[in-house]
Design a protein around this ligand. Structure first.
Ligand code: TPP
Ligand code: SF4
Length: 478
């Protein structure tokens, strides 16, 4: 008997490494439509064999973390701006398949004008618009698509048309523009509707693959948490209420009549951007990258600690000096809203190759300046990697026995030098002294680019020297 195997699409990661907590399930609530739509998109990308040149732009909203799941090029952009970002990518990389994935708050509220302009220009992109009649991520506020009478946290007595206007029908709005080639509204409820959604997803992607122009698929989707219902109640509620206000169907389809348009070659290429901005070519850049042991090459680093400990500056310093040495570098910060005492971390790449993604899920180096940071990131370090921690503040050694560990009493040493805040530079010194990834002269040259108070430069030099000295003493042959 033939056995049919149902497998996860290849366009999904096997394990969701970028996600914290459970890595084999998504973060979506039970009964949420986002997960189903993700599946339909991923399967279509597999079947069209376009995964390797697809770029998915995830919005602000519950699907902000789409990049946890899709094994494609991913960009997470500012609220409502996905169509603008998609436009940029498609124009620079016209052969890529660009997907703008947006919720109704994202697309119809804050991004309302963005989508209208992109549709009106007829950008050759595919937009998946998830209409769940509410802002899901922020706890259920009214969206432009909220039904009259529907209770939300901002319309506790129900949406009142006299005050809040009528629900916005985006598909109808977009369909009356000249340029879009395909606009359809579908729904994620039962199997029959999901199959229709599947077909619409494929058609919208195929239009782009065949260079036919702008397609938008509006997907009515359940939000049991925002609607305060069980998944089954949510499904029925959608059918009974949303279908009346948002009728399903094709609102525009001229894709059959459209000639496949020739792809316009990119106006901007890496080379002509360099020329226009007078950026030296890779051959012209003076490269002074020290030779180091293979395990220390191309470090992917996470640096983490309390706000105020200077971990972000440590990262900037590493990236600035790395750039000066000729590495390709990236630095992305992440910090809590507190000015002091909150947590902060940054991801830094120093690479001999181009940096594919500035986001680091498996660091080769972890610099932990407080205990919560060690706890949070220790497990993510790649086997054979390096953990450096401030042993004056962290009262336990890392539990890993498959990584190198350097305990640096950085805060205590900084105190001895008269300024606790230069513990970060002692760590920097220890790191470069231990691995050789950067010459100290390069770091010293880079100091003025990230330390604005010139009178502190000498102290920072001293701190870096102290860090180098310490690890060289530890490593010195007995
Ligand atoms: C500039 C900006 N304004 C407001 C917010 C707060 N915010 C986060 S998600 C969201 C609404 C998302 O709703 P929707 O697009 O419907 O997506 P869903 O969560 O329902 O999938 C808002 C207003 C923000 N993150 N950024
Ligand atoms: S809040 Fe709503 S949209 Fe967000 S994950 Fe939960 S069910 Fe989905």
């Amino acid at each position: 008997m033939a056995v049919k195997a149902y497998k996860k699409a290849h366009s999904f990661y096997d394990i969701y490494e970028r996600k914290s907590g459970l890595k084999d399930v998504t973060h979506y609530c039970p009964g949420c439509g986002h997960g189903v739509l993700h599946k339909l998109i991923a399967e279509a990308l597999d079947d069209f064999n376009v995964r390797d040149h697809t770029v998915l732009i995830s919005p602000v909203g519950c699907s902000v973390f789409a990049y946890y799941y899709f094994k494609v090029g991913n960009i997470q952009c500012a609220h409502g701006r996905a169509p603008a970002v998609a436009t940029g990518i498609k124009r620079v990389l016209p052969h890529s398949i660009v997907i703008s994935y947006q919720g109704d708050g994202d697309l119809a509220a804050i991004g309302g004008n963005n989508i209208l302009q992109a549709a009106n220009r007829g950008e050759n992109i595919t937009v998946f618009f998830v209409n769940n009649a509410i802002y899901g991520m922020t706890g259920g506020q009214m969206a432009p698509t909220t039904l009259v009478g529907q209770k939300t946290t901002t319309t506790p007595y129900g949406r009142n048309a006299a005050n809040e206007g009528m629900p916005m029908r985006i598909s109808e709005l977009i369909a009356q523009l000249d340029e879009p080639v395909y606009v359809e509204r579908v729904a994620i409820t039962d199997a029959k509707h999901i199959m229709k959604t599947r077909a619409a997803v494929r058609k919208a992607l195929k239009n782009q693959i065949e260079n036919k122009g702008f397609s938008l698929v509006e997907v009515l989707s359940t939000c049991p948490s925002g609607w305060k219902m069980t998944p089954v109640q949510a499904m029925h509620w959608m059918e009974e209420n949303m279908f009346k206000v948002f009728p399903l169907g094709v609102f525009k389809d001229v894709s059959k009549d459209m000639e496949t348009r020739e792809t316009i070659p990119a106006v901007f290429t890496t080379e002509n951007i360099r020329e226009k901005l007078s950026i030296p070519s890779e051959e012209e850049i003076k490269v002074d990258i020290p030779k180091v042991e293979e395990k220390y090459e191309n470090p992917r680093m996470i640096m983490a600690g309390f706000g105020g400990q200077g971990v972000l500056m440590l990262g900037v310093g590493m990236a600035q000096a790395g750039m000066q040495a000729g590495y390709n570098v990236s630095w992305i910060p992440s910090y809590g809203p507190e000015m002091r005492g909150g947590t902060a971390n940054c991801h830094v790449n120093l690479s001999r190759q181009r940096v594919g993604s500035p986001l680091i899920s498996k660091p080769t180096v972890l610099i932990a300046m407080n205990l919560p940071s060690l706890g949070k990131f220790e497990e993510s370090v790649t086997p054979g990697g390096l953990i450096i921690y401030d042993s004056s503040l962290i009262n336990r050694a890392p539990k890993r026995d498959d990584v190198e560990v350097l305990a640096i009493p950085a805060t205590q040493m900084a105190d001895t030098l008269g300024n606790t805040r230069i513990a970060n530079m002692i760590i920097l010194g220890a790191y470069i002294g231990y691995t050789g990834v950067l010459k100290k002269e390069t770091v010293f040259d880079a100091l003025p680019s990230f330390i604005k108070r010139k009178n502190l430069i000498d102290l920072n030099v001293k701190a870096i020297e102290k860090g180098i000295e310490l690890v060289q003493r530890v490593n010195a042959p007995a």
